[in-house]
Design a protein around this ligand. Sequence first.
Ligand SMILES: NC(=O)c1ccc[n+]([C@@H]2O[C@H](COP(=O)([O-])OP(=O)(O)OC[C@H]3O[C@@H](n4cnc5c(N)ncnc54)[C@H](O)[C@@H]3O)[C@@H](O)[C@H]2O)c1
Length: 299
Amino acid sequence: MEKKNIKTILITGGAGFIGSNLVRAIINRNLARKIIVLDNYTSGSKKNHINNKKVEYIKGDTKNINKIRKIIKSNFDLIFHLAEFSRIVQSFQYFEDCWESNMQGTKKVIELALEKKAKFVYSASSSKFGNSKNEFLSPYAWTKSKNVELIKCYREWYGLEYVIAYFYNVYGPNQIRNHHMSAVIGIFETQYLNNLPLTVVSPGNQKRDFTHVSDIVDGFIKAGFYKKNQEYQLASGKLYTILQVAKMFKSKIKMIPVRPGERFSSKRDSLKKSKRELNFKSKYNLKDYIENFINQNKK
Ligand SMILES: NC(=O)c1ccc[n+]([C@@H]2O[C@H](COP(=O)([O-])OP(=O)(O)OC[C@H]3O[C@@H](n4cnc5c(N)ncnc54)[C@H](O)[C@@H]3O)[C@@H](O)[C@H]2O)c1
């Protein structure tokens, strides 16, 4: 599948967790003539920068994208859009930030893609699938779901070319730790390193499909570079409860109260299409990853 297909690319959110892994993989596979990264560093970090002459970082917000000269002047074949407020539980407290990035900012990036005749490649979220009947369990899940609708409307209304990939509970290198935007594996790792009990949100039997960032990035590249006007599910295919994950750390556990926005199972659409059309197959598993983390950080 990976015949050379060298592109000029804009990656929004490329200083964040998944975005930085994406930049690295595209460079390593020699798939880019040039990558411009736009990030406002609200949850991203300069520590995630990839030092390569093909990559240029611009500090700015998606809401103001059509005022950033360098971006207005460049042409792009592909826009990978990851610069959004990215966490479920935190979106209750920071709904304003979530709204601005995910609604106002994303609309501007879609419009830029149309103007540049670039394919718009979207980092959708499995949280869209809610508990049942597509309930919107959080401001985050609602905005992510609305953006999927918006992208498809832009296709109908203005001919936008797009790819949508749904990510499931991503973990791995560069994940956020020690920050209010950390997700569960990052939180457990930080607690483990600080000899604190691992806090499991009650009831603990909520299931998630944890997917390694290298698998996500591989599927995202295959979909983004080689497909158009399609949607793909990117997941490991293996479900664990949060309590099972905590126990993998062989550390003390403390149960904490139920939180808003929590899904009790991670419903997943079939992975068959991703397997068939992208040859997508998850290579990593969470158990090995945590075992490796423990070995590297022996107490
Ligand atoms: N991590 C997951 O498990 C997961 C699951 C499903 C979907 N996603 C989606 O993938 C994308 C990336 O997630 P992540 O986990 O890497 O999160 P992240 O917070 O590490 O990355 C988001 C990046 O975008 C930047 N950013 C946010 N708003 C911006 C704005 N308005 N303008 C410019 N930059 C902005 C942040 O500084 C950060 O660098 C997000 O859209 C998220 O919703 C993530």
